[in-house]
Ligand binder design. Structure first.
Ligand SMILES: [Zn+2]
Length: 100
């Protein structure tokens, strides 16, 4: 008789667990959908801040003023060190790769 009790108990526990999971999922979906509606007004305001941060990151990573010992290749338009200057024709500089 002990096994008879055991089997239905397990099923009940499983069903309860699934039910509560489904409930949680449903509640989460509700919370998400409602938070999306609420966020839309806040979204425009908060959008400017991350945008500003991104441009700052680009500035620090990409934009460096050309140094005194550097030149811009007239063919590949890369800023390179003077040691890579291979030719100057008509006031235009060419790096080793492009002058070859
Ligand atoms: Zn070049």
């Amino acid at each position: 008789m002990a096994t008879d009790y055991d089997a239905p108990r397990r099923n009940e526990a499983d069903e309860l667990g699934e039910d509560s999971l489904e409930e949680l999922k449903a509640r989460r979906a509700e919370a998400q959908s409602s938070s999306v509606d609420v966020d839309e007004t806040d979204f425009n305001e908060s959008l400017e801040l991350p945008g500003a941060d991104l441009s700052n990151e680009e500035l620090t990573v990409r934009v460096l003023p050309k140094q005194e010992d550097e030149f811009t290749c007239s063919r590949c338009f890369l800023v390179q060190h003077r040691s890579r200057l291979a030719a100057t024709r008509g006031g235009e500089n060419y790096c080793r790769d492009c002058a070859a």
